[in-house]
Design a protein around this ligand. Structure first.
Ligand SMILES: Nc1nc2c(ncn2[C@@H]2O[C@H](COP(=O)(O)OP(=O)(O)O)[C@@H](O)[C@H]2O)c(=O)[nH]1
Ligand SMILES: [Mg+2]
Length: 250
């Protein structure tokens, strides 16, 4: 599994990073981890440097300023593509995404180009969210489906595994969205271009340490991005019957 990289963006996660790295390696000993830190004021970057110095399979990318989740992942994807990883995960640092699920993602990725962790297939599996946030997230999934036609149960989710071919196909320069919009945009790119996508059930638990960086700008961006994606796809609401790499969108 040295062909697998778990990318974990961090901003003020000093109490979580050691634990999440240990948990990833407990459940998937051979994967590599790349933390992408945006110069966290709480000193997360210093802890990450210590971790990387102690473990050859842990790497850190330092970015100068807080630039948002999307740009942090794009930097992580570029880093992965410069190396020989075949499977690239997105995972939060705050234990909302359970590292014990990594082997199930990899099993599913043997048959798919993109594996989406879904909190909503076969029932709702979210622990410790206020009702308002749950309603927002479910409503977002319905909104995304109505406008773009994308049939997934949890398009704003952030626990995913990409096969390298998708990251090579997408022009990362054009992926400029930030929060939930970034998740929707990456998923839409893969879907509208005919890549094989599968969903697996995950349980999401709200963080116990640190604070969420979610805000109304992130929600607003997602609302607008969905329309942008629909236009960019030429108002198409379904992928082509046969994938055609020459007509790749975005
Ligand atoms: N590098 C970087 N990471 C971020 C940024 N914003 C959020 N994150 C990380 O992205 C992950 C998810 O963010 P979080 O605030 O928990 O969002 P929520 O789960 O939607 O409430 C966490 O690991 C955060 O530390 C950012 O601007 N830059
Ligand atoms: Mg979180």
């Amino acid at each position: 599994m040295e062909d697998t990289l778990v990318v974990i963006p961090t901003y003020n996660e000093k109490d979580n990073v050691r634990g999440i790295a240990a948990a990833v390696h407990q459940h998937a000993p051979h994967v590599h981890i790349l933390f992408v830190d945006d110069n966290s004021p709480d000193g997360t970057g210093v802890i990450l440097d210590e971790l990387a110095a102690d473990h050859p399979a842990i790497h850190v990318l330092h970015r100068r300023d807080k630039g948002g989740l999307g740009p942090a992942y794009v930097a992580g994807f570029r880093w992965a593509l410069e190396r020989s990883y075949d499977y690239v995960f997105e995972m939060d640092a705050d234990f909302s995404h359970d590292p014990a699920d990594i082997p199930r993602f990899l099993a599913a990725a043997a048959e798919a180009d993109l594996v989406l962790g879904s909190r909503y297939i076969g029932g709702i599996r979210i622990i410790n969210w206020p009702l308002a946030r749950l309603i927002l997230s479910k409503a977002a999934a319905i909104y995304v489906r109505l406008i773009t036609g994308m049939p997934f149960s949890d398009p704003t989710g952030g626990y995913k595994c990409y096969r390298r071919n998708i990251l090579e196909a997408v022009s990362l320069d054009h992926i400029t969205s930030n929060g939930y919009a970034f998740q929707i945009e990456m998923c839409h790119f893969a879907w509208i271009n005919g890549f094989h996508i599968t969903e697996i059930p995950i349980t999401f638990e709200e963080r116990r340490s640190g604070v969420s960086k979610m805000n109304s700008a992130i929600v607003f961006e997602a609302l607008l991005t969905v329309w942008k994606l629909w236009f960019r796809a030429g108002l198409r609401r379904r992928p082509p019957r046969r994938p055609n790499p020459r007509s790749i969108v975005a």
